[in-house]
Design a protein around this ligand. Structure first.
Ligand SMILES: NC(=O)c1ccc[n+]([C@@H]2O[C@H](COP(=O)([O-])OP(=O)(O)OC[C@H]3O[C@@H](n4cnc5c(N)ncnc54)[C@H](O)[C@@H]3O)[C@@H](O)[C@H]2O)c1
Length: 360
């Protein structure tokens, strides 16, 4: 890093890499975009030419030829961990879009390499920068919930199976469906507002009810071969945490439900207060419920409008410049993915499973 300028690269400049990483980064003062890498040559060249940077179709080639301090990884999920490991081993700080890996083993490997190389690793949950969620965190941190004992949330699309190979090809998606793709958001939201406690056990179930039905193609997003669709389109979980907190979630790419589009909801109940929030993957509307000596009351904060993707990339850049821990850590992903893996395990054996967090 020369001066306070972070020399930056983006690996994977599809929809999300462009809109939620590259474009926001252009307005962060201390960043110089050095290059982008994407195996899709025409997409890579188009983005590089529009944003006056260099294009590489092989990210290792880019790393070997350019001086790079930090990189975003915004490829399909099944490639996140292996690319992150290559990039970290090259001494580069990494912002990986959600989720950090396809499974707990991959996540642990990434966190270990980041620690060994003494590089920053941040996970791109842009939803963390929602003012509604930040209000909930403030309520929790100030003790206004008292002791949280129950958290519940869902993130459900009436019809939103993403047909693109990025999300349903077994290798690219990491072999996992709605639970990994969007379940990670609602679980991260719930864990964040309850202080990322240590999970003890999980009972879960995952179902494929829509993706393998030919007729469903006309209602969802894009097209795919239903005879080859094996990923879950619905999952639910019940989690017990150290200290007595329990959590329930539901997640669906498709479900027979009244609302249109993607709807997210969460509530956290404490013995002094509770919160309820609504939105999608990011919460947009929140209320706090408590009582004074003589009255029950409800509070609704006035929320500022925020460019959440910009806040996400800014917080990563400033964690590098100021040499502090990024706000969304790799260790949190170890907790999150231990829960996700346990839901799949519990679903396949039909029993509650214990969680033992790996040592890092
Ligand atoms: N945080 C969010 O709200 C959000 C929303 C959408 C997607 N995402 C995440 O972002 C990631 C990308 O999703 P997307 O919607 O942009 O998908 P996309 O298919 O539009 O883009 C992925 C890009 O990665 C490129 N790519 C594939 N393999 C590569 C490799 N080995 N090296 C370099 N580039 C490679 C592809 O060519 C493509 O351009 C996924 O992990 C997804 O979960 C997050």
């Amino acid at each position: 890093m020369s001066g306070n300028i972070v020399k930056y690269a983006i690996i994977g400049v599809g929809g999300h890499g462009l809109n939620r990483h590259l474009i926001p980064l252009l307005s962060v003062p201390n960043v110089k975009l050095v290059a982008v890498a994407d195996i899709n040559k025409s997409r890579c060249e188009e983005v590089a030419s529009k944003y006056s940077t260099k294009c590489y179709t092989d990210y290792m080639d880019m790393i070997n030829r350019e001086e790079i301090d930090a990189a975003s990884i915004v490829t399909p999920t099944g490639l996140h961990a292996s690319i992150a490991i290559d990039v970290l081993k090259s001494g580069i700080h990494v912002l990986v879009d959600k989720p950090l890996g396809a499974n707990l083993n991959e996540v642990v490997d990434v966190v270990k390499i980041a620690k060994k190389m003494n590089r920053k690793i941040m996970v791109g949950y842009w939803s963390r920068f929602s003012p509604a969620l930040q209000y909930a965190v403030e309520i929790y941190r100030k003790g206004l919930l008292g002791e949280p004992y129950y958290a519940y949330g869902y993130l459900i699309r009436r019809r939103g199976i993403p047909g693109s190979p990025t999300f349903i090809d077994k290798t690219l998606s990491g072999g996992r469906g709605a639970l990994l793709d969007i379940g990670c958001y609602i679980i991260d939201n719930l864990l964040t507002v309850t202080g990322y406690r240590r999970p003890l056990s999980v009972a879960g179930a995952a179902y494929t009810k829509f993706g393998n039905v030919v007729d469903e193609i006309k209602f969802n997003w894009g097209t795919w071969d239903p005879s080859k669709f094996e990923l879950e389109d619905f999952a639910t979980g019940f989690i017990r945490f150290e200290g007595g907190l329990t959590m329930v979630f539901e997640v669906a790419w498709a479900a027979n439900i009244s609302h249109v589009g993607e709807v997210g909801y969460m509530k956290v109940l404490g013995d002094r207060g509770g919160i309820e929030a609504k939105g999608d993957e990011a919460m947009k509307d929140i209320s706090f419920h408590s009582r004074s000596e003589n009255f029950l009351y409800d509070t609704k904060p006035i929320l500022k409008s925020t460019n959440m993707a910009l806040e996400m990339v800014k917080s990563f850049i400033y964690s590098i410049i100021e040499d502090r821990e990024p706000p969304i850590t790799g260790y949190q992903s170890i907790i999150l993915h231990s829960i996700i893996d346990a839901v799949y395990n519990s679903s396949s054996i039909g029993e509650e499973v214990k969680i033992v967090l790996p040592e890092i």
